[in-house]
Write a protein that binds this ligand. Structure first.
Ligand code: FO1
Length: 312
């Protein structure tokens, strides 16, 4: 069965790795958020694509979830000696990815072609697709004014209250032919446990993406990134609250209403089951926290089993 996973950063990458392990080689396509992308020292950086790629290649740093395990930071240290601001931690090995991506894009390849080339070279069995080939940038509205996403997320450590989120350039973006084909031929579509506002949000905001998703006959399952009202990683809980949504699995389900047929939540949120079912979704309550490789493989198998049985 062909499976398409929509993913952002670390949480999405972990479930995608579990799905890759559970499926025959070539059956998984991961559509990745690229609205976190930005440029630094002339290099084009795609943090979510790289997080997913390194995780699916088994190269990820298990402590941070992003970057490459055992990477060194000598280039960054040298940039610091030249007086550069080194707030975004680019490792030496990671730097090679950004250099090559930038060169390939300058040669005129599309982000989709570049992602396929990089992931293929690392031996990733899954297909990795940017959500679109156009440049889209998340802008976070804060009491101090608008911030570029990485400025908010890394430089300022997510300390600002989020009053609004917009995706600059989204109106020109379109799902790529590769994304459309993957969705049309999918047997199951999984919304990974990534931030619904700034990771899954941009993917769904690409004009034509929701139509492509709804046009696919595949059942759609979302895995809640919130457990017991708290985000497993990152600022999703605070962000949902300040944007007027309930920071809970139920709140996430409300955002996905009409789009997904099933919701996977943690057992601690079992009391939200009825409300979520009331939104027209089936619910699987399980251990949704991925602490290691075993957890992500188990959760992926459960998601696949749940998805296959939906609507039957
Ligand atoms: N996240 C951080 O919190 N601090 C960093 O210095 C940082 C560096 C970094 C370098 C390469 C890369 O691919 C990702 C990196 N991330 C870092 C993660 C990333 O900024 C965020 O996790 C995502 O954009 C949110 O999904």
């Amino acid at each position: 069965m062909k499976v398409v996973a929509l993913a952002g950063g670390v949480g999405g990458a972990r479930l995608a790795a579990g799905l890759q392990e559970a499926l025959p080689a070539g059956d998984l396509t991961v559509v990745v958020n690229t609205a976190d992308d930005f440029e630094l020292w002339g290099l084009y950086i795609s943090p979510d694509l790289d997080t997913v790629m390194y995780t699916l290649a088994g190269l990820e740093n298990p402590e941070t979830g992003w970057g490459i395990r055992g990477d060194t930071f000598f280039s960054l240290e040298m940039l610091g000696r030249y007086g550069e601001d080194t707030w975004f931690l680019l490792g030496d090995r990671d730097m090679a990815t950004h250099i090559l991506r930038t060169v390939r894009l300058k040669e005129g390849r599309t982000p989709t072609e570049v992602a396929a080339g990089l992931a293929g070279a690392l031996g990733v069995p899954a297909r990795l697709l940017p959500m679109c080939d156009e440049r889209v940038s998340t802008v976070v509205e804060t009491p101090g004014g608008p911030l570029e996403f990485q400025e908010y997320f890394v430089r300022r450590g997510q300390r600002d209250e989020v009053l609004g989120v917009s995706f600059r350039g989204i109106e020109r973006a379109r799902p790529t032919p590769a994304v459309r084909e993957a969705l049309a031929s999918a047997g199951l579509i999984v919304l990974c446990p990534s931030n619904p506002v700034v990771s899954i949000g941009p993917i769904l905001a690409v004009p034509g993406m929701k139509e492509a998703l709804c046009g696919s006959r595949a059942p759609k399952v979302a895995v809640s990134p919130l457990v017991g009202g708290r985000a497993l990683k990152g600022p999703a809980d605070r962000m949902l609250l300040s944007l007027g949504h309930e920071p809970s699995a139920r709140g996430v389900a409300r955002l996905y209403r009409g789009l997904v047929d099933g919701m996977v939540i943690d057992r601690v949120d079992e009391d939200e089951r009825e409300d979520i079912e009331g939104l027209g979704m089936e619910v699987l309550a399980t251990d949704a926290v991925m602490r290691g490789a075993e957890d992500r493989a188990r959760l992926a198998r459960e998601v696949l089993g749940f998805g296959r049985g939906l609507g039957r």
